[in-house]
Design a protein around this ligand. Structure first.
Ligand SMILES: C[S@@+](CC[C@H](N)C(=O)[O-])C[C@H]1O[C@@H](n2cnc3c(N)ncnc32)[C@H](O)[C@@H]1O
Length: 484
């Protein structure tokens, strides 16, 4: 499709037909594709949408492994991780059983691979596995090909390297196929989502191209929350109340990153400068997530202009001005310590959080927030710190960290997002553990908020294949009791 044909009305028709083909068609959709003020086309609400309400369900037009170094291997048919062996027809892709090996979709890609690379492989090729998704695009039905061709593509040098890797593995593609695959790589880089697989012991995830999902633009104050269900469909719900005619936004970055990091990440990966209300506010809605503390008076130092992180930063209290370079150096140093921390023990994390960090950055600085997040996932989960092993003090410490980050998310106007759901569940587990112990020692129960925490978590994570098992069971067995 040429650029001039890329009109909103054409895209509406294409996407509706696509959803129809894949069984997620709605007779009265709550969305419409229109020209966006932020960039190109976007998706808009055609009616008021309540918080938590379903906005759309989208199917992947293309789904396959992610192209990241050392991506954990999974079966290319069923995406499971167990009993992997190389396909015995010699394509070099991992499959888990004869049924997956004989699945028609795999047979087609296997044949194509053997056609394009004469050498047969007896072992699994992880290079081929990581670069399989563009090969899959050659097998698209012409109608789906038209959908892919209608999506925007990034055209910088960094995109399309997957095809170069495949050629270095001995693939000799027809010219048209190579051109199309390179284009698809550029479309994937502009639009693809990371798709969670959900099984708790699977570390891998997929790369999926969701036509409707990908037409929604980005905001760091998103009004959509999306999850993936067991059929790998994207389920988009309203994270906040969305009035009619409002543009629908996902977040393409992590919500608990500060503005400097988010802007850099969005520019590097998606090549645009976000102008959302959070990015424009030097205080980030009063959270000061990118800020540091003033060396002179311990006041909060924030950028005069968030879009010039290397420009001038000023202390809110003593008004002293410093250069962004100084802030950058401290943030880089703290970031490096944080990255290293996985190997260190809990005591180190605890002392760093309660000690040094408090003297150099404000309480919601992104490094502090990331460290608190790490500690939350350490306590109750890691060896030596399982729920039963935690002291009451540690349970209460974890509880306070969960509440702290939930408050931050509220300040950031995030609504019903996935981090909120996970934190609510962790909070529920803390309080349940405390209650169980107080029962054992016949003291009175401490609190009874726990039911509301798990219920809200369940409402947010409905349709989420990555939800904790207890939430999935709750949704399956107590449907009537949960106000979904
Ligand atoms: C997944 S696409 C979104 C749909 C796109 N607007 C279109 O017309 O197809 C991502 C691209 O949209 C643009 N975009 C998304 N959010 C944006 C924003 N907040 N500000 C500016 N451009 C944005 C950028 O070009 C980005 O690379």
């Amino acid at each position: 499709m040429s650029v001039s044909q890329r009109s909103a009305s054409r895209l509406n028709l294409l996407i509706l037909n696509f959803l129809n083909r894949y069984g997620s068609y709605e007779s009265d959709p709550k969305w419409e594709i229109r020209e966006s003020k932020v960039g190109g086309l976007g998706v808009f609400a055609t009616c008021d949408i309540d918080v938590g309400e379903l906005v759309f369900i989208d199917s992947p037009v293309l789904l396959g492994p992610r192209c990241i170094p050392d991506c954990p291997l999974i079966c290319v048919s069923c995406f499971r991780q167990n009993n992997l062996a190389s396909c015995n027809r010699g394509c070099g892709l991992p499959v888990c059983c004869a049924r997956c090996q004989d699945a028609s979709a795999h047979q087609r890609e296997c044949k194509l691979i053997r056609q394009y690379r004469s050498e047969t492989l007896n072992d699994i090729s992880s290079d081929l596995f990581e670069n399989l998704t563009p090969i899959r695009s050659l097998l698209l039905h012409p109608d789906d090909r038209e959908v892919v061709t209608s999506l925007i593509a990034h055209n910088r040098d960094q995109h399309g390297h997957e095809v170069t890797t495949l050629k270095s593995l001995g693939f000799q593609f027809k010219e048209d196929d190579e051109k199309f695959m390179r284009f698809v790589c550029c479309v994937l880089d502009a639009n693809a989502f990371e798709v969670t697989l959900g099984r708790e012991n699977i570390k891998s995830s997929l790369r999926g191209l969701y036509p409707l999902g990908s037409l929604a633009n980005h905001s760091c104050v998103p009004n959509l929350v999306h999850t993936f269900n067991h059929r790998h469909q994207m389920v988009a719900k309203a994270a906040v109340f969305i009035p009619k005619d409002t543009e629908l936004f996902h977040s393409y970055t992590r919500l608990i990153w500060g503005t400097t990091t988010r802007l850099y990440h969005l520019y590097k990966t998606k090549h645009f400068v976000c102008k959302c209300p959070r990015c424009q506010d030097p205080s980030e809605f009063g959270t000061y997530m990118s800020s540091i503390l003033c060396k002179s008076c311990r006041g909060i130092v924030s950028p005069l202009n968030p879009y010039k992180s290397h420009g001038k930063w000023q202390c809110r209290d003593c008004k002293k001005v410093i250069l962004g370079r100084e802030v950058g150096e401290l943030t880089t140093l703290l970031g490096a310590i944080l990255r290293d921390i996985d190997q260190k023990d809990f005591k180190f994390m605890y002392n760093f959080l309660q000690g040094k960090l408090k003297t150099v950055v404000p309480e919601y600085n992104q490094v502090t927030v990331e460290l608190k997040y790490k500690i939350i996932w350490h306590l109750g989960h890691k060896q030596g710190y399982t729920w039963e092993e935690l002291t009451i003090d540690l349970l209460e410490f974890k509880e306070s960290l969960c509440k702290d980050i939930l408050l931050l998310l509220e300040k950031l106007r995030c609504g019903q997002n996935k981090i909120r759901a996970l934190l609510l569940y962790e909070l529920f587990c803390c309080i349940r553990e405390k209650r169980n112990r107080s029962k054992a020692t016949s003291r009175n129960p401490i609190t009874n908020d726990m039911d509301s925490y798990i219920k809200e978590a369940a409402v947010i994570m409905e349709h989420d294949v990555g939800a904790p098992e207890e939430i999935i069971n709750l949704l399956e067995h107590n449907k009537d009791k949960i106000p979904v």
